[in-house]
Each structure stands twice: as C-alpha cells, then as structure tokens.
Write a protein that binds this ligand. Structure first.
Ligand code: AMP
Length: 300
C-alpha cells in the first residue's frame, strides 16, 4: 500500500514521462484510470480496482475539448481539481496527471471545433458510428485521440474503464487490439445510487424533479431484462414499450434504446442467449446513458 501523503500532481508531458521512466527502471506495473474529473464513487471504484492490481496508479483528469460536439457542455463541465486530488490522496493514488488543454493540444485554441481542425487524430473503428456515435458526431474520435495520447504518455500496463460507458470500452478494446498495444483493458461494473441511477458527473445538472424521474432508465432496463429472461424475443416490441415507458415518465428526446450482442455490439439475433441493453435519453438538457448485460439465465 502506498503512503497516502505521496500523491504527486503532474501538469506537463515531461514530468509525466520522467515518472514513468523511473517506474519502468524499477520494474513496476502501472495502471491508468482516465477521467474528466469531478470524481464520484463510480470513478473511485475504478481507482480501487487499479490499486489492487498495479504497483503504481495514475489518474488522469482532463476535460477533453475534442470529445465535446458543438453546443454540448464543454464550457460548463464541472471542474473540481482540488476536491478530486484530496479524495485520490486518501485512495492511495500515486500520480494525478492534470494537464491544461494547451499542453495536450498546443497548436489549437482548446475549443472543440478548433482542436478538431488542427490536430492529428486517432480515427476510431466503425463501432463508433452507432449508438452514442450516431447522436454525438465526432465524440469517439475525441475519445480515441485522447486515450491514445494518454496511453502513449503514461505507457500503462493496464487501463480501467467503467461499464457505464459500454460503447466507449468496446471501442477502446478494439483500438488497443487493432494498434497492437500491450495494454490490458479492464472494465469495472457500473456504480449506482441507492435508487438505481448510474452515478455521473452530469447528474448534478438535474433539477430535483428530474432527479426523481431519472432512475426510470435503470428500472426500464430491468423490466426489459425480465421480459428477455421470460423468453420474449420480439426486440422491436421491447424497444417500443421501453420508449413509451420513458416518454410517459417525463423523458424528452430518446436518443436510442437498443438490444445488441455484448461482445460485438451487433444487433441481437433471435437465437442469442446474451444481450446488452443500451439507452441514452434526455431529461431537459441533460443526456443520461445506461446499460445492462443480460443472460438468458440471469443478469451480470
Ligand atoms: P468520465 O470522467 O465521465 O469521463 O469517466 C471516467 C471513467 O469513469 C470512465 O471509464 C467511465 O466509464 C467511468 N465511470 C463514470 N461513471 C461511472 C459509474 N457510475 N460507474 C462506473 N464507472 C463510471
């Protein structure tokens, strides 16, 4: 266990690489947990997993302009570095990598569209064109580009991501495989509030009334799962009923509700015995996502 007083905050590429070289020379295994900060119990569960598995734990905190589409909440995304680093100290994290946007994208103005026009990007696989990728143009290009840069700078042996962003982990797994990187990608389960709502930094945008309605996403996933386990295979009907359930409880735009294969994210076939149910829906201006993996004989 590391000494909790030893957390280092690093803001430059050079300092990050220097720490990494030192750990390499000591033969230490390094885990990376990439985040955008404003940390909550969901992030902490990833950090705890990293702490169990690696000698050194790096948490990156970077609100990545490239993964926000125009009109999204880049400017208003909550930034709470001091509070985050305090919590990470108590969790025994070794290093917080918190670069400014000008460090990561030195040739652009750090506005999403400016970065997109000026920087070299890592193009994501075709998986990025469905689900969230269909609703958030360019989002996954921003994700693969920043994660690729972080992997290059931190050179982790393993990287931990949350199942909450199911499509994101699937894309990163494929990127690591396609680009022949020796990094173990680990998925940590979704952490939820007692009423089932998946924790998210964006939940704080919800009004009290919206916060009361928000757990309906998880309840709807659970009732779809029940129907599948009862033998229902009419996926169109399941999606239609789930859409109606969300709409009638006060959700606005439903970006998607889908039933796919958990390993490949291809659309489900009637013969499948495992599924991932995925949803993205809006309550007011807040976009919430969630998912659930279901097997014919139970949830996982
Ligand atoms: P973010 O800061 O939202 O970019 O998230 C950083 C990492 O934390 C991603 O791998 C997310 O999937 C993960 N994460 C966010 N919320 C949760 C949650 N409720 N449970 C588990 N992991 C989460």
């Amino acid at each position: 266990m590391s000494n909790p007083s030893c957390l280092t905050i690093v803001r430059t590429l050079e300092d990050m690489q220097q720490h990494r070289s030192q750990w390499t020379s000591q033969g230490q295994r390094v885990a990376l947990v990439p985040t955008m900060g404003n940390l909550h119990e969901g992030h902490f569960s990833l950090v705890k997993l990293a702490r169990e598995r690696a000698d050194r734990v790096v948490v990156s905190i970077f609100v990545n302009p490239l993964q926000f589409a125009q009109g999204e909440d880049f400017e208003h995304y909550p930034r709470t570095l001091e509070q985050d680093t305090l919590a990470l100290t108590l969790l025994g994290v070794d290093l917080v990598f918190a670069p400014d946007a000008s460090v990561i994208y030195p040739d652009s103005l750090s506005m999403a569209n400016e970065v997109a026009q000026t920087t070299t990007i890592v193009a994501p696989p075709s998986l990025a064109g469905i689900l969230c990728g269909a609703n958030r143009p360019g989002h996954f290009t921003g994700v693969t580009t920043i994660v690729g840069k972080l992997f290059h700078l931190v050179e982790p042996d393993m990287a931990i991501f949350g199942q909450k962003d199911y499509q994101q982990v699937a894309i990163i797994r494929q990127m690591v495989k396609d680009l022949n990187w020796s990094i173990e990608v680990i998925t940590a389960p979704t952490t939820r509030a007692p009423d089932g709502l998946a924790l998210s930094s964006r939940n704080q945008y919800l009004t009290n009334k919206q916060r009361f309605v928000a757990p309906r996403i998880y309840q709807t996933l659970l009732s779809m799962a029940d129907r599948l386990m009862d033998g229902e295979r009419n996926f169109v009907k399941l999606v239609k009923q789930a859409t109606e359930a969300l709409k009638s409880s006060g959700f606005g735009q439903i970006d998607y509700i889908d039933i796919r294969h958990p390993d490949t994210l291809r659309p489900s076939l009637a013969t499948d015995q495992r599924w991932v149910l995925l949803m993205a829906a809006r309550l007011g201006n807040t976009r919430l996502i969630d998912n659930l993996v279901v097997e014919a004989d139970g949830l996982s």
